[in-house]
Design a binder for this molecule. Structure first.
Ligand SMILES: Nc1ncnc2c1ncn2[C@@H]1O[C@H](COP(=O)(O)OP(=O)(O)OP(=O)(O)O)[C@@H](O)[C@H]1O
Ligand SMILES: [Mg+2]
Length: 466
């Protein structure tokens, strides 16, 4: 997907339904721009009428208007931000729900091929970047460009010569932010990648803590963790420093601009081409324009990050399952559970070597069958094929003479139970763990299952017994 397609897709799937709210935020951006410009404009009559001409009639009017302008400015910004906070949290939730739904029903193949930590990173970090793009970036684009237009109008109204000088100098400021912005993109990307590595590592550590203990690799892992944490620290430090570096550069540039403007203004005032009031109003507008210019110059950063996030997230959401019901598949009808493998050929990836080649098996029903073989012989692989965790390349698998590929996946998996060697419990009540296969199980059925598995004794000893 190219950038335009990604943006279109994000708009259609996630932003469109909040269009009304966004338009409302855009409206508050207009009032924000108008009131900010009014603040700068009002300095002109304040100085010329009140300070120089000492007008009694305007003594109360102008200060009141200034208070009003600031109040509207603050209120507009507040409301626009609140609206966008609500939109972004909604969008974030929507994307995360879609991602989870896609991840939970993804083919085993896809989940195998990616570290679980990466999924966590996608769900937590990348989504934030996308949301930042469609909320903060959109709002900033509205409010900063409108505010800038308003302030430029005030500047030109006060004096066009000074305005031209300022406009020539504004790119100077934005070049500096742009350079820093580029560096920022680099360090932020680096940090995200490192944070992802650390997440994956932590998940691995907790999964394998027994292995680490038996091989006594605590100090080795501590060293590895130190390295990960240190590199992460290094990139966080870099980001913070790049941010701070912006201020001395910007302050110096601002100083140069203001100094030069004062020099030119003094000349204009001496020639009676400019009044003191106009000058201060102009200066205020120029200084107020600093924030939107800077914000617009770094807008690209948020956009690039959001696009990068979307490039990671959208493929997960859009992933289509290869393992799905064939057209016209029917319910699997179990009689005694005989399983046949007929000329089965299978490899974990299509181009890879064949793990199973031309396998023919008959596993009789109503009997206990054990598969015995060397490690890596393919026992687990054979088991994985029966509930269709993977599709075979060639051949046929039948249960009670019905092809599993012509049966619905639901009826197939309903007829199979899996007790994995590595038992896991969900972080939930024991009751819910027992009832996992059948969430509608009654209390009696659950207690019965607990008794049959000899779990009831230890459950009774627990403080809450659930
Ligand atoms: N998810 C996977 N992706 C790619 N190759 C795999 C995957 N799982 C297993 N294999 C490969 O398939 C082959 C058969 O592995 P399988 O796990 O079926 O053996 P096994 O007989 O169950 O071994 P063990 O007794 O150790 O459990 C091995 O060569 C293994 O490396
Ligand atoms: Mg195995």
């Amino acid at each position: 997907m190219n950038n335009k397609e990604i943006l279109k897709r994000l708009y259609k799937s996630y932003t469109k339904k909040y269009l009304k709210n966004i338009i409302l935020a855009a409206f508050f951006s207009v009032t924000l721009a108008a009131s900010t410009s009014a603040v700068a404009y009002l300095l002109d009559p304040a100085i010329n009428e009140l300070f120089i001409n000492k007008s009694e009639t305007l003594l109360y009017v102008i200060p009141f208007l200034i208070v009003l302008a600031f109040t509207i400015k603050g209120g507009s910004l507040y409301l626009a931000k609140i609206i966008m906070i609500n939109v972004s949290e909604e969008v974030k939730k929507d994307i995360q729900i879609d991602m989870f739904a896609s991840m939970i029903s993804a083919d085993t193949q896809l989940v195998d091929g990616k570290h679980s930590g990466k999924f966590v990173g996608n769900l937590m970090n990348d989504v934030n970047m996308i949301v930042n793009l469609i909320s903060t970036a959109i709002l900033n684009l509205f409010k900063d460009s409108l505010t800038l237009i308003g302030l430029l109008s005030v500047m030109f109204y006060q004096n066009w010569k000074l305005s031209l000088i300022a406009i020539i100098m504004i790119p100077l400021a934005s070049i500096a932010t742009k350079v820093l912005g580029k560096r920022m993109t680099k360090v932020v990307g680096e940090q995200m990648q490192r944070a992802g590595v650390l997440t994956s590592y932590l998940i691995e550590i907790f999964k394998n803590h027994k292995l680490i203990k038996i091989f006594q690799k605590e100090s080795y892992e501590r060293k590895r963790a130190n390295d990960f944490i240190n590199t992460l620290k290094e990139s966080s430090r870099k980001i913070a420093i790049v941010f701070v570096r912006a201020s001395p550069i910007m302050e110096t540039i601002t100083g140069i601009m203001i100094g030069f403007i004062i020099f030119v203004s003094a000349k204009l005032i001496m020639k009676d081409e400019l009044q003191v009031g106009n000058f201060f109003s102009f200066l205020a507008a120029m200084m107020l324009a600093y924030q939107p210019v800077r914000s617009l110059a770094t807008l690209n950063l948020a956009v690039q990050q959001g696009l990068a996030g979307a490039r990671n997230v959208l493929p997960i959401i859009d992933d289509t399952n290869l393992i799905k019901d064939e057209l016209g598949s029917s319910e699997l009808n179990i009689k005694n559970g005989k399983i046949n493998f007929i000329n089965v050929q299978f490899g974990y990836s299509s181009d890879d070597r064949k793990i199973l080649d031309n396998i023919n098996l008959e596993i009789p029903g109503e009997k206990m069958t054990a598969l015995v073989g060397h490690s890596g012989a393919g026992k687990s692989t054979i088991l994985n094929l029966i509930p269709r965790f993977y599709n075979i390349n060639k051949g046929e698998i039948k249960i009670d003479d019905q092809s599993i590929y012509k049966s619905t996946i639901h009826s197939l998996r309903k007829s199979i139970s899996l007790v994995s060697q590595d038992t896991t419990l969900f972080d939930d009540t024991i009751k819910n763990n027992i009832a996992y296969a059948n969430l509608d199980a009654t209390q009696d059925q659950i207690e019965e299952a607990a008794k049959l598995s000899f779990a009831d004794e230890f459950i009774k000893k627990l403080p809450k017994k659930i």
